[in-house]
Write a protein that binds this ligand. Sequence first.
Ligand SMILES: Cc1cc2nc3c(=O)[nH]c(=O)nc-3n(C[C@H](O)[C@H](O)[C@H](O)COP(=O)(O)OP(=O)(O)OC[C@H]3O[C@@H](n4cnc5c(N)ncnc54)[C@H](O)[C@@H]3O)c2cc1C
Length: 406
Amino acid sequence: MFDVTVIGGGMIGASAARHLAQAGLEVAVVASPEPVDPAGHTGPFGAHYDVTRLSRTVQPGAVEAELARRARASMASIEEFADRPVFTGPGHLFVSRPEDDEGMGEAVRNLPPGHGVEVLDGQALADRYPAMRFQAGMVGYREPGSGACLNPRALVAAQLAAAASAGAHVVARHAVGMSVDATCAVSLDDGSQIESRRVLLATGAFTNASGLLEGPLAMRMKTEMVLLAELAAGEAERLGDLPPTHYAIDDGFVSDVYTAPPTTYPDGSVLLKWGANTITDRWVTDPADIAAWYCSGDSNSAIPMVRPSMEATFPGLEAVGWRTQRCVVAYTGHGMPYIDALVPGKVFLAVGGNGRSAKWADPLGALAASLTEAGEWVDPLPADRFRKLFVGEVDNWAGRELLSDR
Ligand SMILES: Cc1cc2nc3c(=O)[nH]c(=O)nc-3n(C[C@H](O)[C@H](O)[C@H](O)COP(=O)(O)OP(=O)(O)OC[C@H]3O[C@@H](n4cnc5c(N)ncnc54)[C@H](O)[C@@H]3O)c2cc1C
């Protein structure tokens, strides 16, 4: 009998498992493995099947800023268990027009003296990043330091390694059922069962599809595509020291761009990433729809619409090939993950990354672990910001509407 079964060994679940195991609990983690053949995969998918995610420290909101502070403080302890670097690259660059800066301008103005964040106007951006061309009227906020690029696969692997070294039992299966009585019994896809006193659900975009809930949570899942330009060695070197950048571009087909410097992918190719909300994005609620997008979604059809914005931003970009990557973003009603009790004292939740939780994976995992261990909210952060919401309980969804609806 375990103390806790964590269902979902992704960014938040793996982090929670680590913190629970390091707190001395007997932990089992049901970590559905990344599919070798996505097209034929019939189980759940994860939003961490990638080599880059962006992480920035300056955050307008107090809760977000505290999560960012905790995330930065946890970097070294994650690298300790890593089999490859998790945090790389220079500090983050945020570029937008003042009216679209999501409060970044004010957040930087309110930072204590000596913060080191550079404010770059259009000319300064052009001087600092001659390989990039931003639209007129943009202002850049360049964070000092390093590590604004994190490798989600490496982070998950490091957190699971840390959990295992603290005694956790990692099971590469997926959960298909759960019964809750005096204890909890989790049924796996191979017919076996895991028994524990408590369960933590960290199942991401597949939570409502998991068959583990009595009623659906208020979650909206959006298709996300990432455009990748394949670069030859010379071009990769030319663009090699670009910062991980968030760019509030003004474009008819894309918005909220995130781009990472040229990075080597598992197949050995070096790719320049151009991720964004696009005019082709859509909501996918039905489990079959979510899986179909991952398995065989037609993300390549968006290339002609998305490529021009990338080429305008990287003038003279020489790509030897183009490809896309598909993923799904899970939004909650209030914009923060649901970290809450589902069945008091028994079943807990940590779901809904809102497209921004890779950078906060460790502190969110720690929050979920402290709630699951104590059976109640004990962290100084406000529980209300993480409260669960069920279908029908959301009047105004936090976050953005689809670009096609704006
Ligand atoms: C394209 C893209 C770009 C992004 N860029 C950024 C970024 O730059 N910065 C940032 O901070 N965030 C970013 N994000 C968001 C970030 O990746 C997510 O917020 C984060 O991965 C959410 O973590 P999670 O643990 O909730 O979900 P996931 O990482 O998806 O993990 C959930 C896990 O649960 C497993 N699972 C599901 N059901 C079951 C089951 N029944 N049994 C067992 N296992 C199950 C899944 O297989 C998966 O491994 C991005 C997301 C996408 C899609």
